[in-house]
Design a protein around this ligand. Sequence first.
Ligand code: SAH
Length: 353
Amino acid sequence: MEKTDILSLSLEEIEKVLVANGEKKFRAKQVFQWLHVKRVFDFDKMTDISVQLRGRLKEIFCINGLFVQKKLESHMDNTVKYLYGLSDGNFVETVLMEYNYGHSICVSTQVGCKMGCRFCASAIAGYVRSLEPSEILMQIYETEKNSGVKVSGIVLMGIGEPLDNYDNVVKFLKLLSDKNGNNMSLRHVSLSTCGIVPRIYDLAELRLGLTLSVSLHSADNIRRSEIMPVNRTYNIEKLLEACRYYIDRTGRRITFEYAVIDGVNSSEADADKLASLLRGMNCHVNLIPVNKVKERNYHTARSGVVEFAKLLDKCGINATVRRTLGSDIEAACGQLRRDAAEQNRNEKGGADR
Ligand code: SAH
């Protein structure tokens, strides 16, 4: 019998499994707290549970852990990047960032990504599979353990498209915020999407209290479709309609991400177009200097980003310029996994993909 991944189960689900196996319901809460509060990932160390039950737990469940394959520490700003190995030999990236108000962690939601954004390293390495709720959660638990830091903010902005792994991401969010477990307020969580419109509507209905970030990157459909293929399915008008619905339904402001790329989306006309698109909306624009990816020659000088912010400001749109962290350790998502996947391929003589 295949074992059940206990870290992906809610308390209620663990209760059901235990009861179905003839165990007492209240044991589930004990186990849940060992995992999510005490962060003990070995049934043998759950000392207030009888040896006999521990044996049963080991028969029924597995604990889907991950291991540090590589850890890179920035000498510039204390950013730490982890390459985590998963139980099936795949890798994902997690980045721990230090801000003056605390630590924030950027987690991956898939191994690779299908979305194919032109400027993104994750797209280049290709898509393998979605992550389980446990694999998203363990990036946080493992990073906190390894670094000794308690994270105060979480961004779903690592490798993958969170809304293309909707069910597991929602499950992860529920586990993260469970009052009997990790108990983190979802106000401290941002979910970033390239714009999978139907799932934005679904997410709005859940009213989770998180911040939705939408990767816009261009206010022009032709240009956006060139750099973000998802725009060919869900264009800017459809996306903005879903965003308005999200804001109305949740009362939460949306953040629009805009990676400024020289010669692609940084002109005065681009700023005008963006301003008319967003005027009057309860939103915020976050400008990012495009990160260099070795396979592409997109670039921006930081001055270009500040210039673009000024253009927007003139049009009455407030924008912030995101700090670039960890630039000495390739902290932009997807770059490490791409290299690891490449290395694997070379070692196997190009057998996979
Ligand atoms: N799939 C999700 C989340 C992962 S990417 C999304 O698209 O939003 C997180 C953010 O980094 C997105 O805004 C993405 O567009 C941006 N990004 C990806 N590659 C980048 C690069 N080379 N430079 C700057 N931002 C980049």
